[in-house]
Design a binder for this molecule. Sequence first.
Ligand SMILES: NC(=O)c1ccc[n+]([C@@H]2O[C@H](COP(=O)([O-])OP(=O)(O)OC[C@H]3O[C@@H](n4cnc5c(N)ncnc54)[C@H](OP(=O)(O)O)[C@@H]3O)[C@@H](O)[C@H]2O)c1
Length: 337
Amino acid sequence: MKAIVFNEHGPIDVLKYRDIEEPVLQPDQVRVAVRSCSLNYHDVFTRQGMPGIKVPLPGIPGCDCAGVVAEVGDGVRDWSRGDRILVDPVTYHDGKMWMIGDTLWGAYAEFVVVRAEQLIALPDDVSFDDASCLPVAYGTAHRMMLTRGEVTAGDSVLILGASGGVGTSALLLAKMRGASVIAAAGTDEKCDQLRSLGADETINYSTTDFVKYCREHTGSLFGGGGYDVVVNFTGGDTWASSLRCVKLGGRLLTCGATAGFDPPTDLRFIWTAEMDIRGSNGWKRSDLDQLLELTRTGEFSPVIDSRVALEDGIAAHQALEERRFFGKIVINADASV
Ligand SMILES: NC(=O)c1ccc[n+]([C@@H]2O[C@H](COP(=O)([O-])OP(=O)(O)OC[C@H]3O[C@@H](n4cnc5c(N)ncnc54)[C@H](OP(=O)(O)O)[C@@H]3O)[C@@H](O)[C@H]2O)c1
């Protein structure tokens, strides 16, 4: 099959578009012909290598995909060739968590092999492109904003990195709940796009200090200033500053650390504001079921920046890494089944 493969961890040029032998199907596994694979920042981490996570080499990135069942292994009863499906990227077996595009080969490829339990039936009225956006970024945002974050009507919510996959989804979900959203991103153009998506206010943090903006627009901490919820999956230099934007008794939500996982912090802001810092990791199957239904009914529309063919996937991955996109980028493949 054709795939985007890396033989070693490293910068963008370790990725090669080439032929690679398809894995032999094991019992309880299904071979999926990938139709759409949405990109995540996680793909960059997989390519670079992450401390504590052993990625098999050669590796294939791509955690999120939708497609068609191409072949079923022994023991698979509920699925047949031609079924339209969404893949839940994660599976638990042998006492471990496994994820495609991470500890298993991913979906920057014509085919991906998954366990049958990872398949979710895809309704005819949900496109492969839309479905492929749902698991990693949107599923995580769903759990972080609604289950862990308990975002509710009337909350003010500051989202840093609002222009990406998790960010746009966090914005849409907060607006669905009736919250007021202050969306922060790195360019004026992205801020315009965020306002079109429903953001009440935007901050271009490459030209405006977001802590200063918070103080000027909401007032001092003991005067009721700050936001009910601050969402920070960027980490790095933004971490300590974002603590200063949480109002008394507010919540800081995190699910990632794009710019660095061991940033300097400032404990004074945590105790002074009596804030809750809530971590959120991944999604449950119920998050994906709810997102799929919201997408089917049109209440939720994935934000797709662009679609590219598999052979152009390396350039798309580079655009993601260099922040030249808004929402989600989707790779399309069309191997015959
Ligand atoms: N724990 C989990 O289960 C889980 C699940 C999904 C994602 N995550 C994590 O959440 C984070 C966001 O994921 P994503 O897929 O939404 O990423 P993404 O689509 O690439 O969006 C991230 C956004 O953050 C902004 N940003 C700020 N500083 C950045 C930097 N130094 N490098 C790159 N982008 C930067 C960029 O927007 P501007 O250009 O506008 O600044 C970018 O669009 C990642 O760290 C990811 O690993 C965790």
